[in-house]
Write a new protein. Structure first.
Length: 304
C-alpha cells in the first residue's frame, strides 16, 4: 500500500518522536545511575577516617556460617510500652530526607511504619552515617539499631505515631534499584488526588498498565496488602467453622483428562501431547470422598 506524502511525513514524525523519547529515558536513567554512584563515592570517602564506620554500611553476604542470636522486632510491635529499650528492626526504606547534620527515615514493614532519627554527635552518630543514610534508595531493605523513644509530638505520618527510633547503627541488607514508580504515589487514593487537584496540587497518578507491569511493587501498597490479608482471614474463618463441625478438607485434581461434568464448557488444551482440561468443579471428587466414608468434606481452591 502506497502512503501519501502527508502520511509518510506523519509516520516519520511519530518514529522520530518515539526515538527521542527513548533517548530521553536512556539519558535520565544514566543520570540517575551517575548520581547514585557519586553519592556512594562521597559516602565511601567520608567514612575512611570515621571512627564509627563499623556501625553503618552495606552488610556482608549472609553465608549461614554461625547463629548470631540477634532478634528483630517487628515494627507493628513497637509502642510506648517499649520506650527506652534497644531495638533492632529490619524493614524497607519508605522515605528518607536529610538536613544539615541530621537525617530522618521512615521504615515500612508490610503495613506498619515508624520514624528513625539520626543526629550527629560524634559519639553514636557521625557525619558519615548521616550521609550514608541519606544516600539509601527508597525500598531498600535495611537493619536499624537504636533506642526506642517517645517524641514530644505524635508522628501522624507513621502508623507507630507514639514512638520513634533514635538510631546508632544502619546496615543496608539489599539496595533497591530505581523503581518504575514510587509506592507513595501508588498508595495515593483517587480521593486524595481529587482533593489535591482542587487545592492546586498536582499528584503523580500511576496508571493501571504501569501497576500490572510491576505488580511486585504495586502489592506493597497498604490497600493491596490489606486485601490479601482480609482474603486470608476470611478463608481461615471459613475453614475453622467447617472443621469445628467435623468436616475434612480435601484437595481435588485441577488438571483432568476430560470434563468431570457432562455437557460442561471447560477450558481445553494440550498437555504433554495429550488432550486435557481444567477442572470446573470438584463435585465429582466430593462424591467419591463421601462414598469413601468421608461424610463431610470441603475444599478451598480454584475452579475454572
Amino acid at each position: 500500500m502506497t502512503l501519501s506524502p502527508e502520511e509518510e511525513a506523519a509516520k516519520a514524525a511519530r518514529k522520530a518522536a518515539k526515538k527521542a523519547q527513548k533517548e530521553k529515558e536512556k539519558a535520565e536513567k544514566a543520570a540517575r545511575a551517575a548520581l547514585r554512584a557519586q553519592q556512594q563515592a562521597d559516602v565511601a570517602a567520608a567514612s575512611e577516617d570515621d571512627p564509627l564506620r563499623e556501625r553503618y554500611g552495606d552488610a556482608e553476604m549472609v553465608q549461614s556460617r554461625a547463629v548470631t542470636g540477634r532478634v528483630w522486632t517487628p515494627i507493628s510491635a513497637l509502642g510506648a510500652a517499649k520506650a527506652g529499650e534497644s531495638v533492632l528492626v529490619r524493614a524497607r526504606v519508605h522515605n528518607v530526607r536529610g538536613k544539615g547534620k541530621s537525617a530522618f527515615m521512615v521504615l515500612r514493614d508490610q503495613t506498619s511504619t515508624v520514624q528513625v532519627t539520626l543526629f550527629v554527635d560524634d559519639v553514636t552518630v557521625s557525619k558519615g552515617m548521616v550521609k550514608y543514610a541519606c544516600a539509601l534508595s527508597r525500598e531498600s531493605i535495611v537493619d536499624v539499631e537504636g533506642t526506642l523513644v517517645c517524641p514530644e509530638q505524635s508522628i501522624e505520618s507513621c502508623s507507630q505515631s507514639d514512638v520513634e527510633i533514635k538510631a546508632w547503627g544502619v546496615r543496608c541488607i539489599s539496595r533497591a534499584a530505581a523503581l518504575p514508580f514510587d509506592v507513595v504515589d501508588a498508595a495515593r487514593s483517587a480521593e486524595e488526588v481529587r482533593k489535591g487537584a482542587e487545592e492546586g496540587v498536582q499528584f503523580v497518578t500511576v496508571q493501571q498498565d504501569v501497576r500490572l507491569n510491576s505488580r511486585y511493587v504495586d502489592l506493597r501498597t497498604p490497600a493491596n496488602n490489606a486485601i490479601f490479608r482480609v482474603q486470608s482471614m476470611i478463608t481461615q474463618l471459613f475453614r475453622e467453622s467447617l472443621l469445628r463441625e467435623d468436616f475434612v478438607e480435601i484437595h481435588t485434581p485441577k488438571l483432568l483428562a476430560g470434563a468431570s461434568e457432562g455437557g460442561a464448557a471447560v477450558f481445553r488444551f494440550k498437555y504433554m501431547g495429550q488432550d486435557a482440561c481444567l477442572a470446573q468443579s470438584p463435585q465429582f471428587y466430593k462424591q467419591m470422598a463421601i462414598c469413601s466414608d468421608f461424610p463431610r468434606v470441603f475444599e478451598v481452591g480454584p475452579v475454572f
